[in-house]
Structure formats: C-alpha cells, structure tokens
Design a protein around this ligand. Structure first.
Ligand SMILES: NC(=O)c1ccc[n+]([C@@H]2O[C@H](COP(=O)([O-])OP(=O)(O)OC[C@H]3O[C@@H](n4cnc5c(N)ncnc54)[C@H](O)[C@@H]3O)[C@@H](O)[C@H]2O)c1
Length: 437
C-alpha cells in the first residue's frame, strides 16, 4: 500500500460519526469522556496503551504507539451519529445497561448533548427493529444526499478538521454481492432506483466515502465489501475497513486456534454457544440477521487451521456456533466453548471455556483504535482496504486474490510492522541471528 504523505501531527478536531447510537457506541463515547476526565483507564486500547519495539532488542527502544505515530488526541475527539430512536446518548447508554449509572451520571450533561440524527432505515433489512426517527426520501440516492448534508453540517457545527465514520448499528440480513455491486456505475443506478440489493448500511458507506470520510464497518453486513464501493474508495482516496468487531468468543478462537496449530494438535470438533440479552442479541434472534453473523464467525477456524495443508489434523472437524437471545443477561454475555482435540498417537482430550464477557466493553476500545488509525491512514493517503487493521475484525476485508488473515498474532505483527513502515523504521522479522555472531 502506498503512503503518499509524510506522517505529521494532526491539527484540529476529529469528528467520529457512528450510524447506531446503541450499546457499543455509547460505551465508547462515555468511555472516552471518562478517560479524558481521569475517571477511568482506556484498558484494551492499543492506541492508548500499546507499545512497539523498534530496532534490535539490545537498543531498548520501545515507544508507546501514540508516541510513535501521530494520532489524534482524545481531547480532540467529538462524537455524533444516527439512530432510528431519538434517545440521546445518556438515555441510550442507560437502556443498553453496559456501564453503571454511577459512572454515566458523572458524564451525563456531555452524553445528553449527543443526540442522534435521523437514520436511513428499512425494516426489511433488520426485521426485529422498528423506530420512527427515520429520514424520508424517494430513493437511496436522495437519502445518501441527506446523509452528506448531515456530515457537512456536523463538521461545520463542531468545527471539525477531519471526520471518520464507524458503523455501530444493528446487523442487517444476510446478502451476497450481486451484479449491481460489481461496478460503481451500476451501484449508482441502483441507488437511484432504490434497489432491494442495496441495504441502508451501503447508503451510509456511499455517503461517507463520497464525502471523503473514512468508513469502518463494525458489523458483519456486506456494506463496503463489494467492488463498487471499493472502487469509490480508491477513486476518492478514502480508507475503508471491516467487517465485524472481533470481540468475545471469536477473539478467543483466534487466540487459541493458532496455538493448537502451532503444536500440531488435531481438532475433531468445536462447539460454541452463547447467551446474551441485549438489543444486538434480539436482532440476532432473527434467522436472517443471525445468518450474517454466523458466516462471519464460522470462517475463522477454516482459515487459521488450514485443513488443506493439514488434512490429518483438521479435515472434517465439526464447527457449530449458536447465539441464544436470553434477556436476563443483558450485555453480559456468557459464551461456552467445547473443543474435542487429539494429540500424540491420536489420544483424545477436551478443552472447555466459559467466557463471562461484556461484549461492549470489548468492542468500545476497538471503535476508538479504528477511529484513530483510520484518520491516520487518511492523512497518510492510504486509500482503499486497510488490511493492516484486520486485527480488529472477525471477517477482515482483503484484496480479492488473497485469503483473509485471521490469526491474532500475525494480525498484530502486521499492524505493528505497518506502524514501523509508516515511520521509516526497520521491520521486525524475529530472526535474531545477529545476537549470536
Ligand atoms: N458488542 C460487540 O462486542 C460487537 C462485536 C462485533 C460486532 N458488533 C456489532 O456492532 C453492532 C452494534 O452492536 P450493539 O451491541 O451496540 O447493538 P445495539 O442494538 O445496542 O445498537 C445498535 C443501534 O443501531 C441502531 N440502528 C439499527 N439500524 C440502524 C440504521 N440503519 N441507522 C442508524 N441506526 C440504526 C439501533 O436502533 C440500535 O440503537 C451490531 O451490528 C453488532 O452485531 C458488536
């Protein structure tokens, strides 16, 4: 990927726009404000707490990521977004029930000031939701133009120098790329005809990219993962990334599976089930939205374990993923995994995991990192798919001739090497021969 501009310290405010002011978005916004006021720490965020080793191990040069590359400061972030419900972000955060009321009350006036703009929505694409805070327009194209107006007026109103958009809205129904998505011209015709093959998330993505605003997709929807929008991103010199924040059970899978493969331990089956009771869980109770999520979750093991290279270990392993909507748990998901593995001489063993996780607590720092890194990419002139940000996604977008990289450790190495590359530092191979000459 070409870097056309030199990395320099950004000036002015960065606006973070989010379609979907729900659990993830409000946990992110309230979290950043709490960190700015020293009420809490940004655990889980690479941009705030991560380091990168530079040069030889003997040099002892290990700067913080935020000191290595010129990222926007937390104090320079402003927030906005769209939702189909009119609730301000304090009310939405209370309903989401992720953060304690005690913490939310300390940042209440700030959160109350963040009110969603009217959404582009059609219930056909998210069956379990209906809301009335929705824009009206003849065609998708009209609606995209209204979104571009929202983007422009947000930028002016908040005195922003730059913007990024991160999709934090509900998971849409499963869609496959079709003819209309192959070229920008046919996609734009489809927008004008309100084609059913275009989902609202694509309208936001189209508006964002057309307005020169980087777009990251936190849900598994197809959205920008189609040639027409990739073409638009390249044409407009805009970075795009996706799909589906890597949190919870899939994060665990991409931590464990590389370890099993490294030790050549075989796999007979991996059964994953979840209970969760937030709005996301309710949306995923619809089979068509669940199908989108299921596809995103299932592909991970196939790519990491490479059964084509290790047929004796990984051919025909049984992989099942279930999500059960169970309201009493709210956002505090419980995910169980049972792995049937085998080792030396074929002797069977089992691993059981019970992850009592908090979905949005894992997702919020990802939104922050993506906002800062996408803004960095934009300033450096890195256009199109940002594969180096695969670390954050369950189904990373990638060039058509490549397979996606899912192994969390390779993804982290790719990300850190990209940061070294941006700063003109040597890439790290971990060879280490030079210490023994
Ligand atoms: N929480 C996680 O760990 C996690 C991980 C991976 C992906 N995700 C994805 O992130 C998204 C957000 O998750 P959440 O837990 O915040 O869900 P949520 O239901 O709390 O919030 C989503 C919000 O989007 C709104 N919305 C739906 N369609 C919209 C549209 N077209 N325009 C504007 N707003 C719209 C809903 O009204 C809702 O307020 C979901 O798609 C989820 O699958 C979440």
């Amino acid at each position: 990927m070409k870097i056309t501009n030199k990395p320099t310290k950004p000036k002015g405010r960065l606006g973070v726009l989010m379609p979907g002011i729900g659990a993830v978005a409000t946990t992110f916004i309230a979290g950043v404000e709490s960190v700015r006021r020293n009420l809490a720490k940004p655990y889980g965020s690479l941009t705030q707490m991560g380091t990168v080793r530079l040069g030889k191990r003997t040099e002892n040069r290990i700067p913080a990521i935020k000191d290595l590359v010129p990222l926007a400061e937390l104090d320079d972030l402003v927030f906005g977004g769209w939702d189909i419900f009119e609730d301000n972000s304090y009310e939405a955060a209370l309903k989401a029930g992720v953060l304690d009321k005690e913490l939310l009350d300390q940042v209440k006036p700030f959160l109350e000031g963040i009110r969603p703009m009217k959404a582009v929505f059609d219930q056909k694409y998210v069956k379990k939701l209906s809301g009335n805070w929705v824009k009206e327009g003849e065609s998708w194209y009209d609606l995209a133009e209204q979104l571009i107006e929202d983007i422009d007026s947000f930028k002016k109103q908040h005195g922003c120098d730059r913007l990024v958009m991160v999709w934090c809205a509900s998971t849409e129904i499963f869609m496959k790329p079709s003819q209309i998505h192959q070229e920008l011209a046919s996609f734009e015709k489809g927008l004008k005809k309100r084609s059913p093959e275009i989902a609202p998330s694509m309208v936001y993505a189209y508006a964002s990219i057309s307005a020169g605003v980087p777009f990251a997709n936190g849900a598994p929807n197809l959205t920008t993962d189609v040639p027409a929008l990739i073409e638009l991103a390249r044409e407009k010199n805009v970075p795009i990334a996706g799909k589906d924040f890597k949190t919870g059970q899939t994060l665990m899978k991409t931590i464990l599976a590389p370890g099993l493969k490294a030790r050549l331990l075989g796999l007979n089956g991996w059964f994953s089930t979840n209970i969760l009771g937030n709005r996301d869980g309710e949306v995923l109770d619809d089979p068509e939205s669940f199908k989108t999520k299921e596809e995103s979750k299932l592909s991970v093991l196939e790519y990491i374990l490479q059964p084509q290279l290790y047929p004796e270990l990984y051919d025909d392993f049984y992989h099942k993923v279930r999500i059960n909507y169970y309201p009493p748990r709210g956002d505090n998901k419980e995910g169980w995994d049972n792995l049937d593995i085998f080792g030396w001489l074929g002797y069977p063993m089992q691993i059981k995991i019970d992850f009592l996780c908090r979905d949005s607590i894992l997702a919020a720092p990802i939104v922050l990192d993506l906002a800062l890194f996408m803004d960095l990419a934009q300033r450096l002139g890195m256009r199109g798919i940002q594969e180096w940000l695969s670390f954050y996604f369950k189904s990373p977008m990638h060039a058509p001739e490549l397979y996606p990289e899912h192994d969390l450790f390779i993804q982290l190495m790719k990300l850190k090497n990209t940061l070294r590359y941006i700063q003109g530092e040597d890439l790290i191979t971990h060879l280490g021969q030079e210490y023994y000459d």
